[in-house]
Structures are given as C-alpha cells and as structure tokens.
Design a protein around this ligand. Structure first.
Ligand code: HC1
Ligand code: SF4
Length: 568
C-alpha cells in the first residue's frame, strides 16, 4: 500500500495501480475518452489529465501509476481548462451531427461536451471526405466520426488477436483503417463487434436493422412476428434504462417485445437446451465411436468465423450442431403448425447481444426447405433504441412470460450466456447420458470463472474428460496453436469470441464499469439457481419436440433441421 493525497484528502491505496483506477474507486470523477478498463492505457486523448506535485506538465491519470507521497489534484482550474481545450480540439474535427448518429444519447464525447460546456471555439474543420463502410452485415464504420482513441485498434489486437485495423495517415487525418483500405467484410474480420462495443462515439456501430423493423411492425402485411431472446439480453437491457447492472429483467424484456408489436416471444434459452441435446449426443458419439476430438462448441459465430478464415484445418473439430438461435428458428415448421400459421408467413427476429449473429443468419447453409430460418437480428442496444423511439417505459413494464411451445427453458440453457456455460450445460446432459446415472452435483465450479483459458478434468466414471474453456479470440488462437504443436490435448473445448462470453458481446449496452462482466455473470448464474429445471434433457417442451418432431437426438431428422456444416 502507498499513501497518496487527492484534492487534499489522504488515502491508502494499492501500489501498482494507476491514478485513474484508484481515484475512480474512491469516487473522484476523472473524465476519459481513449481509456477503457479492458484495454492497456495509451494516454492519447489527454482528457484524463490531473496535476501531480513535482511535475511541470499535467499527467494522464490513465497511464500514471500512484507512488508513495504523491499529491494529486483533479479539480483545479488548470485541469478543467486543459480538459475543455482538448475537448474543443476533438470537436473541431468531429461532425456535429448528433441527432443523426447511431451513438446519440450514449456517446461518451457528447456527454463530456455537455458536462464541460464546450463551445465550438475552433469551428469545424473535418479534413477528410465522408467515408462510410457498410460492407459487413454486422458492423458499419463511419470514419468521419472517429476521434482517434484507437480503442477499436486495441481491442481487435489485444483481446481479439485479429489485428484488422491499424492507424494510418498523420495528424488530424489519422484514422483506423484496414489493410489496403479494404472494406472490413473483405478482411479476416470475424464480425464480433468488439470494436463497435468499445467505440466511444458513433464511428463503428452495429449494422442497423431497428428502423426497418419498427416500420415492419407498424405494417405487418399479414405476417406473424416472432421474437426470440438470447440468454444475455435479459441481464443487460436494464442498463440502457438506468437499472442497476446485473438486474435480471426477463419479464420486462418479454413485455417490452409485446408492446413493440411482436405476436409471440420465444426464448433462445429453449434453443440452448435443444443445442445441448444435439451437442451432448454428438460428443458422446465422437467419444465412443472414434470421431474427431477435441470437439469444439459452435454456438459462437465469431469463433466459427475465425476457425473458417484462419484455422480451416480445425473445421472437422467444430460441432455440427447449430447455434441456439439458428436451431430453434430451424424448427419453424414445427412451431408454425402449433401456432396455425404458414411457415413462410412468419417473420423471426432474434434479439441478441451479438453483432456476428447478423452475419450468421446470412449463411446459405441456414436455409431450411427453402426458407431463411431467422429473418432479422437486432442487438440489445438496438432493442433499447426501439423502445425509446416508441416511448415505452421499460422500468415500469409488468413482468410477462415467454410464449409456448418454444418458451420453456432450463437453468442449463440460461448459463449459455457466460463463458463456461455451454460447457457446464453440456456436461450436465452428457454425464447422465454417458454414465446412465444422475449427476451427483449440478454445478461444475471447475469450469466457471473469467480467466481467458481454463482447463478441467471431469470424471465420467469409466473415463476422464479433459475440457478447456476459452473467451476472447486472442486466447483461442493461442490455444489452437498449442493444440497443433501437441502442447495441449482435450476432448471438448468451449470457445466464446467475446470477453466473458455473450454477456460481453459486441451488441451489449456499452459500459465503463470495470466489473460489468462479473455483474452480468452473477445475474446469469442466479437465473440457473432459481430454475426448477436445470438440465436441458428434462425440459418438458424439449421432450415434446423430440416426441412430435425430431425423433432421436443426432438422428436423421435432427441432421436435416438441427445440424450444419462449415466452409473455408
Ligand atoms: Fe449467445 Fe447463444 S449464448 S451465442 O452468446 O449459444 O449471441 O446470449 O444467444 O445462439 O443461447 C449470443 C447469448 C446466444 C446462441 C444461446
Ligand atoms: Fe476486429 Fe471484431 Fe471489429 Fe472485426 S468486428 S474489426 S474482428 S473487433
């Protein structure tokens, strides 16, 4: 511990931390722009400057470590003037188009400009032509709005290991650009959307579907609109409306979708249970019949994109089971019959924490009997925009339940949203099917946690199962490399492309809370703990689906509707 003084008050703080970290924990407000708690500091924007006794110049709080006896001032006139000046310089090179911007209302720059009463002293001098890249079905880029914070460059390299962008040009013309200036969809981009999630302004954002969807919901033309809700949306959507992070809002989320005009609200958690049925049986088949091992989970489309683009030699390792979103949409003929609607008259909309899901639905192998199974994907952030646009007061909505027949789900389905959850859900079913015995315990604490790569050995009575759980594609790349080199050896591996799994997905509410992933993860596990049914194979609507439609897990019908293939 070291002793420091902030604005005259004495504090004992942990050594090795930055001024920004300790000051924020102690409740002092230091503004930031290029800083993000998940990234290494670069001190580029100079918005977080503070006075430190003994230094002539102001110091960036994000990149300056505390030292014993340090005297820091965060609120002097000099600091305030410097912050204002730096904001004025940013604004001089930023279009003043807030009302047309996808980031409006949640833009970090906009908030600071209001907070510091910044006026356009230097006018506007945007010096590069408007350049909008709409090549990707997942993310769009408007480089005119870039403030050069480099968060996109850093998250794509530091955490995702994809290195799609680098800063090009000089001075005010500096922008994050792809190699050879290619449209982002023509690069190895995996559509994870982490660059959009961390963008503080509206320079990178999810490809917007929400306005078109609002219009369609107002003019249904005889179509039946069904929404399905991903596991992670319910633990994050409340943040958009000022609710405490980690609040579970399942009932309000369902009610909100009905208020938007959806005729039915199904639960992707049901799809997760169905994925587990198929994936667990696929794993057992591979274990007992000598299939390709390790088997990799395939529900995360960012991860699947990465394997296809950069490690095609591992395609046979990917589970052929479709993701929960696509597996439940693929049963369209089943639920259409139950609802008394023609399959082609249904519009299926998935509400997802993920931008790569927008890309996943465009895969040609996801057309079943001539129908594209999921019509549209909106992110959690887009869902919130729709509610704001329609003036729906989320916090005041009642709690409503998902519709049947695709609404019931188990706790195993719920935990898909957090890293390790797919593995744990699969183990709950695979153990019982493999050993023929009831699980002695439901919680596999050995696969929980947020570390980038975790390993465990699970006792399946007659054999030990070696498993690994990975989040963040830079970690996944490291793991694949080491599997190739023979340094690691597993039976089953779960990979989620985003930090913490889907709870940290590229379409989730943006947050600068360093504990946001932990809070959302705790909320997800609380859903499992409160569930009456906690194993996918015990979900009564899943049992009914197999009896009435699919037949045997991993059987002939299952392979037609519920499995897929991959291409390099
Ligand atoms: Fe996910 Fe999944 S958990 S991929 O993270 O397997 O997006 O939430 O919906 O499909 O269930 C995302 C979340 C989601 C799928 C499930
Ligand atoms: Fe990188 Fe993901 Fe953004 Fe693509 S979507 S540029 S892979 S962070």
């Amino acid at each position: 511990m070291v002793t420091i003084y902030i604005n005259g008050d004495k504090h004992e703080v942990e050594e090795g931390k930055t001024i920004l970290e300790v000051a924020s924990q102690l409740g002092y407000h230091i503004p930031t722009l290029c800083h993000h708690p998940e990234l290494q500091p670069i001190g580029a924007c100079r918005i977080c400057v503070v006075e430190v006794e003994g230094f002539k110049t102001l110091q960036p709080a994000c990149a300056t470590k505390v030292a014993d006896g340090m005297v820091i001032r965060t609120n002097t006139e000099r600091v305030e003037n410097a912050v204002k000046l730096n904001l004025e310089l940013v604004m001089a090179n930023h279009p003043h188009e807030c009302m047309y911007c996808e980031a409006d209302g949640r833009c970090e720059l906009q908030k600071l400009v209001h907070m510091y009463d910044v006026q356009p002293t230097f006018g506007i001098s945007v010096s590069f032509p408007k350049y909008i890249d709409t090549s990707s079905p997942s993310i769009h880029r408007d480089l005119t709005k870039c403030i050069k914070c480099q968060r996109c460059v850093r998250v794509c390299s530091e955490i995702q290991g994809m290195n799609i962008y680098s800063m090009i040009e000089r001075g005010y013309e500096t922008v994050p650009e792809t190699e050879f200036g290619l449209p982002v969809y023509e690069t190895n981009c995996i559509s994870c959307g982490q660059c959009a999630y961390l963008c503080p302004v509206g320079a990178i954002y999810e490809a917007p579907t929400w306005k078109k969807l609002l219009h369609m919901l107002e003019n249904k033309n005889g179509k039946v609109f069904i929404a399905q809700t991903a596991p992670s949306v319910r633990v994050a959507i409340g943040e958009e409306f000022g609710m405490e992070p980690g609040t579970v809002s399942t009932g309000k989320m369902v009610a909100a979708l009905r208020r938007l005009g959806f005729d039915y609200v199904f639960d992707t958690n049901f799809g997760a249970d169905l994925t587990i049925m198929e994936e667990a049986h696929e794993l057992l088949h591979r274990l007992t019949k000598g299939g390709v091992l390790p088997m990799f989970t395939s529900c995360c489309p960012g991860w699947v994109n990465m394997v296809e683009k950069e490690f095609p030699e591992f395609i046979p390792n990917l589970s052929t089971t479709k993701s929960p979103m696509q597996i439940m949409s693929s049963t369209r003929e089943y639920f259409a019959k139950k609802l008394g609607v023609a399959p082609e008259n249904i519009v299926m909309v998935a509400v997802m924490p993920c931008t790569a899901k927008k890309d996943e639905i465009e895969r040609s192998q996801h057309v079943v009997n001539g129908i594209k199974v999921t019509d549209y994907v909106i992110t959690t952030r887009e869902f919130a925009k729709m509610l704001r646009f329609k003036g729906i007061s989320f916090v005041n909505l009642p709690e409503e339940k998902h519709d049947s027949p695709l609404g019931a789900s188990s706790g195993a389905g719920a935990i898909f949203g957090v890293t390790g959850g797919v593995m744990e859900a699969a183990l709950r079913t695979a153990y019982e099917k493999f050993t023929g015995e009831k699980l002695p315990r439901l919680v596999f604490s050995e696969v929980r946690g947020l570390d980038g790569i975790r390993e465990a050995e699970v006792d399946f009575k007659t054999r030990k199962l070696k498993v690994a759980i990975v989040n963040g594609t830079a970690n996944a790349k490291r793991l694949l490399k080491e599997i190739k080199e023979g340094k690691r050896n597993y039976d089953f591996v779960e990979v989620m492309a985003c930090m913490g799994g889907c709870i940290g997905g590229g379409g989730q509410p943006k947050s600068l809370d360093p504990d946001i992933i932990k809070k959302r993860a705790r909320a997800i596990y609380s859903i499992d703990e409160m569930s009456v049914i906690r194993r996918s194979h015990e979900n009564p609507e899943i049992i009914q689906l197999y009896e009435e439609f699919v037949g045997e897990p991993n059987g002939h019908v299952a392979h037609h509707y519920l499995h897929t293939y991959y291409t390099d």
